[in-house]
Design a protein around this ligand. Structure first.
Ligand code: ZN
Length: 276
């Protein structure tokens, strides 16, 4: 029997701008409202980034605290906070980790290696990953192992073997970033073939890879992430109206592919998170 489908939503990210989408949620209230609409549409996990008052990427504690607080007031969705930093920010490891430790979301992203990302280097030093894994565990936060290429799956497995991560592991494949693995179904199946048997996995097809990889993941027993962080186009040349519109499409497709959509509590069980 196929497991239920966990839909994650990433409403904002650190790269998408208002030029890319005029209604990109930027301020804490806008992000919380977008997350709430996605929760109502069927999303079980919210991957959260924040911006400063000018709309630029930020890892500011106060912005995270306000955003996470507003989401928690509105709905019980699983919060997955980013640890990724942002373009142009000069950050210490602590700047990337401390908001997670302070706010104790149920999950955080852990980009399990460094990669050329468009025109920048997305750096995730082995020492940073070790520190993030250790402090997330102390805070009771489950890392989502984000993989921009196959090597990052191996890094995650190695950290598990070293005792730095607790199983079962949860992987998020990020496919289609310039510099990372291209967003093809062939690559998706190869990535999946490298996972531990008990792992859960989800896929992000960035940009035009969004739809084919979402459908392939649904058919192959994986989970999906949607939202303006990864893609703003509903179809070629047509902007999505809202983040929730992507969730609604995922729900409709899931029904067609005989995957029930996981509630928040079902997602907690599937991700081995403590129930609330
Ligand atoms: Zn992110």
């Amino acid at each position: 029997m196929r497991s239920n489908l966990i839909i994650s939503v990433a409403t904002t990210g650190s790269i998408t701008t208002r030029e890319n989408h005029p209604d990109l949620p930027l301020h804490p209230k806008e992000i919380a409202q977008a997350v709430y609409e996605c929760y109502q549409a069927g999303a079980a996990v919210a991957h959260v980034h924040v911006r400063d008052d000018a709309g630029k990427p930020s890892m500011a504690m106060d912005k995270f605290a306000e955003t996470v607080g507003l989401i928690r007031e509105k709905c019980p969705i699983i919060i997955n906070m980013t640890s990724s930093g942002g373009r142009g920010l000069v950050l210490t490891d602590e700047d990337r980790i401390d908001p997670i430790v302070a706010l104790k979301p149920e999950m955080c992203s852990m980009d399990c290696g460094s990669v050329n990302f468009g025109d920048r280097i997305f750096e995730n030093h082995p020492f940073f990953l070790e520190k993030l894994a250790t402090r997330a565990r102390e805070a009771g936060v489950k890392p989502e192992i984000e993989c921009f290429d196959v090597s990052m799956i191996e890094n995650g497995k190695r950290m598990f073997a070293q005792g730095l991560l607790d199983g079962p592991l949860h992987f998020q494949f990020v496919m289609g970033v310039r510099g990372g693995i291209p967003a093809t179904i062939e690559n998706l199946l190869f990535m999946r073939s490298k996972l531990p048997a008990d792992a859960t996995w989800s896929v992000i097809g960035v940009g035009k890879g969004h739809l084919p990889l979402m459908v392939a993941a649904m058919m192959e027993g994986g989970h999906v992430r949607v939202g303006f962080e990864d893609n703003v186009f509903y179809k070629k040349g047509v902007l999505a109206k809202t983040n929730a519109q992507f969730v609604e499409r995922a729900v409709r497709l899931a029904e067609e592919f005989d995957r029930s959509v996981a509630s928040v509590e079902e997602a907690r069980q599937m991700l081995s998170l403590p129930s609330r």
